[in-house]
Design a protein around this ligand. Structure first.
Ligand code: ATP
Length: 383
């Protein structure tokens, strides 16, 4: 059983909290993604799991064992780095076998002749050969076992790094942005390979990325972090459809959710500039009390048509099957800048090639069936 439990895990670097009282549970065989912008503390959290960084306070448990007090080698976790960290002077076979050799390591392994023989004996044992062959097959590396890393592509090198983690047959796989050195196309195919690997090897995966698409496609659950604090912990679907605050709402989804300043007025509804919209059924319970809010609407749920909010086209971006139209609203304001700034541009995704021109007057029609409301401070308002 490799469930993971974090209890109040905190890391302080020179007075600054890189991880602040982080608590969550990861189920056995889950694929957890730690997601967030640069500097939010996700790598630090992963390194504390691995034992590469000491916790300042809090506890980490794997199954029934407390591990934060153990050295990395006793934690039964394999770490895959962004930089692959392969040994350049070793063949792919030796790179993959290396963790198994290290497991049996004796001081005389360092001696030139005897050590070499001992390492070769491990490498040639039937059990190790079988394991390496199966690992190489899973990762499509069989043809490359006798090559050196310098002769491999980035994707192949990353697969060797994955192979080296797999042969240890650990309970837990920890991965720190393993695809970020690959080009976009290779990333997509390696993404699928890691998902397949997770299904086949059956361990618990914790995967760090700043890429929301990776997180949404790979994670069974996501911990979305900011400034050392977990903002939301949930399935990709929950995080997309039911964001806990405006940071989460705008971090997930492309283009990001529009946040329009509005006011709830009892008996009237939702007032946006000079337009009044009825509160949709799922938000109707919030209609009893007057208050300023932010209305969150996804760009895919807005249309250009008659009877909407008046504005002017600010920009049109053609992205193939659809176009992203930025509209400057005439009477309503937006709050897109997380630091409290505001503007009046909303983004709308329209199907096909839009031939709208900059400056053209348009009207923006909102579908509020999936809309969410936030307090002006950013916290979600729930009915
Ligand atoms: P990135 O995606 O850029 O790697 P991250 O979310 O993984 O970012 P961390 O690397 O965990 O973020 O860093 C979190 C904070 O802790 C940052 O402010 C960073 O400067 C600080 N930090 C990380 N490691 C150290 C260290 N060894 N000494 C001092 N400060 C550190």
């Amino acid at each position: 059983m490799a469930s993971i439990s974090l209890q109040g895990v905190t890391k302080i670097f020179g007075g600054k909290k890189a991880a602040n009282e982080i608590s969550f549970d990861v189920a056995d065989r889950e694929f957890l993604v730690l997601l967030g912008p640069s500097g939010c503390g996700k790598s630090t959290l992963l390194r504390m799991l691995a034992g590469l960084e000491q916790v300042t306070s809090g506890e980490i448990h794997v199954g029934p064992r407390r591990v934060d007090t153990l050295p990395p080698s006793d934690r039964d976790m394999a770490f895959v780095f962004q930089s692959y960290a392969l040994y350049p002077h070793m063949t792919v076979r030796r790179n993959i076998t290396f963790p198994l050799i290290m497991r049996e390591h004796r001081w005389w392994f360092h001696l030139p002749l005897v050590g070499g023989l001992a390492k070769r004996r491990i490498e040639r044992s039937a059990a190790v050969q079988d394991l390496v062959a199966r690992t190489a097959k899973t990762l499509a590396l069989t043809e490359m076992l006798d090559q050196y890393p310098r002769t491999l592509s980035g994707g192949q090198r990353q697969r060797v790094a994955l192979g080296r983690a797999m042969v240890r047959q650990p309970d837990v796989f920890l991965m720190d942005e393993p695809l970020s050195n690959l080009d976009a196309k290779l990333r997509t195919s390696m993404r699928a390979e890691i998902i397949k690997l997770h299904r086949e090897v059956g361990g618990t995966f914790v995967y760090v990325t700043h890429d929301q698409i990776e997180a949404m496609t790979m994670g069974t659950r996501i911990a979305l972090m900011r400034d050392g604090v977990v903002q939301q912990f949930g399935t990709p679907r929950e995080i997309y459809a039911d964001p806990a605050n405006t940071f989460v709402a705008r971090f997930i989804g492309t283009p990001p959710m529009n946040l329009i300043e509005a006011r709830i007025e009892p008996q009237r509804g939702l007032v946006l500039g000079n337009t009044v919209l009825p509160l949709p059924a799922h938000l109707a319970a919030l209609g009893g009390q007057a208050r300023d809010v932010l209305l969150g609407v996804r760009p895919h749920t807005m249309q250009l048509g008659a009877g909407g909010l008046a504005g002017k086209v600010a920009l049109v971006e053609h992205v193939g099957a659809e176009s992203i139209v930025s509209v400057q609203l005439e009477h309503a304001r937006t709050a897109h800048n997380e630091d409290g700034g505001s503007g009046s541009d909303v983004m709308i995704v329209v199907p096909g090639y839009s031939d709208l021109r900059t400056g053209q007057p348009v009207q923006v029609v909102l579908d509020l069936a999936e809309a969410v409301l936030f307090e002006r401070g950013g916290q979600r308002l729930r009915a």
